[in-house]
Design a protein around this ligand. Structure first.
Ligand code: URA
Length: 427
């Protein structure tokens, strides 16, 4: 009935694709009946021509329907958060147990590090024994008992995305807003959510480098989420410097634990509270953000959120008491006096990869105990010889390369840089 070539021609000529054409293409691709070269052509046509809001929603639901959805069991609302990824972003580790304490369930299906941005699963795997391959029935059981899960996607959740993402990676079609939207939302919507909040980052350490690009992606994600019947909101967040102090894996788990115990860096705590508060308002648990934040602060400061984190880790086989100590360290120091103008996140990310805390190639093993501890923030006055970054390194780290990337990341001048807010509303 449908012909893949005609569908590709439609898109190339800028014509809207029908829901049935999109469904046909994606379902046939997922079952290997449409070859990669035809999918590549369609991906490039989408990349160049864009898609209407309706087409993006149709593409997303066609992708979801190539796999299974988690079942909604019980009456608790289900929520999740997706971050477009950034240096030091450990919010997921705090948000999931914090909301679970308030009987708002979080079935978080997460990913691994991509390029310079770390992955939640890699961070959690720094805890010896932590399993990230739960089955759908294990996820449901843990949700009913503990209220939160952080695990990887099984082969059965959106198989079309696995194939398509790998293809986009090698056809230069990753940075397409329709394709990113469908990829992210298909995986999140398959969790059968009531509400979703998106943390769309911008700056030198983010997938979207400019605020304008981040705004366009956030708008597409919110519009498509709503189309699919999920209450979706977004924050635009600053990634002109790492979130919190720690960047790596085991050190980010340590900083998450501090925050779950009511301490931790103020930016990590503030961003987590705001994202959680939006979800509590969206599911009707609280009338205002202020009311929600008061409730959430109590659960952090009382230690309840930390206890729930411990329960989640135990349930997934993790042995928190065996979290490994960090590797030996040296301090990287300022070479002259001045004010920190900027920190290039991409270069700091490359430094973490050189240390072994991120991957150069798919499947590479991560060294969990290396990473960075940021000892300063943008806008700080520093003097020559003052430590800027504590660098945790191991015998296999490329120490000289890491140092070179760090030295290239810092810009020190004499003006006070314009402060960037930690987060902004989409509208
Ligand atoms: N993350 C995803 O899951 N998909 C994309 O396309 C980009 C980022």
């Amino acid at each position: 009935m449908f012909n893949p070539v005609t569908i590709i021609e439609h898109k190339r000529d800028g014509l809207c694709l029908s829901k049935d054409e999109i469904r046909f293409f994606i379902s046939e691709y997922a079952r290997d009946a449409i070859p990669n070269y035809q999918m590549s052509a369609l991906a490039m046509a989408i990349y160049l021509k864009g898609m209407s809001a309706e087409e993006i929603a149709d593409l997303t639901s066609a992708m979801i329907d190539t796999g299974e959805r988690l079942q909604q069991v019980g009456n608790s609302p289900r929520v999740d958060k997706h971050s477009t990824g950034g240096l030091g972003d450990k919010v997921s580790l705090i948000l999931a147990p914090l909301l679970a304490v308030l009987d708002v369930h979080v079935p978080m299906i997460s990913g691994r590090g991509l390029g310079i941005t770390g992955g939640t699963l890699d961070k959690l795997e720094a805890i010896p024994g932590y399993r990230t391959n739960l089955s759908e029935s294990e996820i449901e059981k843990q949700l009913a008992e503990i209220g939160c899960v952080i695990t990887g996607a099984s082969e059965r959740i959106v198989p079309a995305d696995k194939r398509l993402y790998a293809l986009r990676d090698v056809t230069a079609t990753v940075p397409s807003i329709p394709l990113i939207t469908a990829s992210i939302l298909s995986k999140k919507t398959a969790e059968s959510l009531t509400a979703l909040v998106l943390d769309v980052k911008f700056g030198s350490g983010a997938f979207m480098q400019t605020e304008a690009d981040a705004r366009a992606l956030a708008a597409s994600l919110v519009c498509t989420g709503k189309h699919l019947g999920v209450k979706t909101s977004a924050l635009l967040t600053d990634m002109t410097q790492p979130l919190g102090k720690m960047v790596g894996n085991a050190n980010e788990v340590m900083e998450s634990i501090e925050t779950l115990r009511g301490k931790g860096p103020s930016d990590v705590r503030e961003l987590t509270l705001e994202l959680c508060a939006k979800l509590l308002v969206d599911v009707g648990r609280c009338g205002t953000i202020h009311e929600a934040r008061t409730l959430l602060v109590d659960k952090l400061d009382s230690g309840a959120a930390y206890e729930r984190f411990e329960a989640m880790v135990n349930a997934q086989g993790g042995r928190l008491e065996q979290l490994p100590p960090l590797a030996p360290s040296f301090d990287f120091c300022a070479t002259h006096d001045g004010i920190i103008q900027s920190m290039n996140g991409q270069r700091l990310g490359y430094a973490v990869i050189a240390l072994g805390g991120g991957r150069k190639v798919v499947g590479q093993a991560i060294d969990f105990v290396v990473g960075l501890e940021m000892l300063c923030r943008v806008g700080d006055s520093v003097t020559s010889g003052q430590p800027l970054v504590r660098v945790y390194y191991s015998a296999t780290s490329e120490r000289a390369a890491a140092e070179e990337w760090i030295s290239q990341a810092f810009q020190i001048g004499h003006e006070s840089p314009k402060p960037v807010p930690l987060f902004q509303e989409l509208n």
